[in-house]
Ligand binder design. Sequence first.
Ligand code: ASP
Length: 602
Amino acid sequence: MERMKRTATCGALHAEHEGQSVVLNGWVHRKRDHGGVRFFNLRDRYGITQVVLEEPSEQLVDAFDRLRMEFCVAVTGTVRRRPAGMVNPEMPTGEVELVATELEILSPAVTLPFTVDERSDAREELRLKHRYLDLRSHRMQRNIRLRHDVSYRVREYLHSQDFLEIETPTMIKSTPEGARDFLVPSRLHHGCFYAMPQSPQLYKQILMIAGFDRYFQLAHCFRDEDARGDRQPEHTQIDLEMSFASKEDVFEVTEGMLAHVFSHVLGVSLETPFPRLSFHEAMERYGSDRPDLRFDLELVSMDDAVAGAGFRVFDETIESGGVIKGLRVPGGADASRKRISDLEETAKTYGAKGLAWTKVTDGGLEGGIGKFLAQRDSAVREQLAAEPGDLLLFVADAWRTACTALGAVRTRLGPELDLVDPDEFAFAWVTDFPLFSYNEEEQRWEAEHHMFSMPQERFLDTLETDPGSVLGDLYDLVGNGLELASGSIRIHDPELQSRIFRIVGFDWEEAERRFGFLLEALRYGAPPHGGIAPGLDRLVALMAGESTIRDVIAFPKTTQATSPMDGSPSPVAPAQLAELGLRVVSEEKEERERTGESRHIP
Ligand code: ASP
């Protein structure tokens, strides 16, 4: 290798290098043999250079003939300006080519399962099985590079703000944060398990108690959830925590960090501070707790405008404590029945019983429920600032359902009506979330975010008597309609923490058993503290313009939580199980069925 070791990269050669003799190492990207005119493109991480054979030796031709796509090769040659007319302005190295004098195959490649860089039609399963090939593509190289740049700038910024990067363990005590734990059985303590952290939540809080004041970590978080949306069993958070800090301090650091990252990585300057909305306002105006603020289209409260119009559905909804939300679709009056029923399907998916509509003409409201609103025609139009040619949509339901369902229609309409600038980034803080939500299935209160978040002070007296109305010092960072981070000010008083445990259904003993170490630590002068954890994968996907986080993770799992490349998860050897004191029940059952043996398995 020493002799054929590269002296330049495939992205480095330009006109000023003319006449230089260089060695390039890389992969065969394209190969062309036009009746004796022999070319190939050589690719590495840095770019692509065209290599040409001219009056080649027999040995050179022989090596060239053996080349196939993705062979790893070394080429020695002389840089030459391309003849006028042959310059390729699309290629950064397009002014030059390398006239090969020597060609060595470092490593051949078998027939490819898909073409690198033209993988659009390759199934994702196949891409993941041969991830090393997929990662060679320009797009994936760019995405992984971008991820590196983001991580680097995050570290740079947080370091400049006195944050310390501290690692926390990957094997911890099971301390649920709302999802299911991945468990690691202990060989030394049969029957006992470590859990993999859903996040380093308690450790970062304990680091605050330990006096570290400002902590961060690019932390792997493990959540054993069913395939849903764009989730991964393992994802990365920019986890941070601050002592003696208010939520304003957390906002300022997060905004500063994102501004630093966007400016250095994308050359985009973000306007800070980001706008803020309470959860209630976000739901009222956008029907979502992660609104896409790149476009307006606000939901409007229609109760006063339609009350008493004589439309039974609306009147009954208002009488039973529900609300009527309206949405104006500018210029939407030409929508067909089919289009409207398509939008209605979206509203129904989010729980609405239906989607009422009417159109605005010069003569007033026409079609749909227009005739029922005749008496309140101008009030309705005024409330929605409607113009002739608009389509008006309504959902009548309980507040949360009405907002969410019409909000889902709004989210759809943004891109469909071309209201979204794909190059824009619109961040906002959503604050003042309810601390608890009621789990109807299990008939109990649970934490909306996690159990360690601080209730707002004014609710401290009514925590137990009216959990549903308690707002927390919780906040989310949203960007372009995505939830990018969640965080909160934490409880630092062990008594208050115990009260929260009781409300979510842990009696004293259970709380001690599970979280005793936290309660204990809180007794030793715990500082007030708070933090946040932006999702690194989601952030990078947003910056890369990718719609799935799998495209910004080097080795992601499939939506079924498998890894086609290494075949995980996979069974392990019986000896490994025995060492751990474990038996796989389903396998034993199969074995019993096969042998007809009946043995009780406890
Ligand atoms: N640990 C939390 C989470 O993973 C984030 C936080 O509250 O900082 O959602």
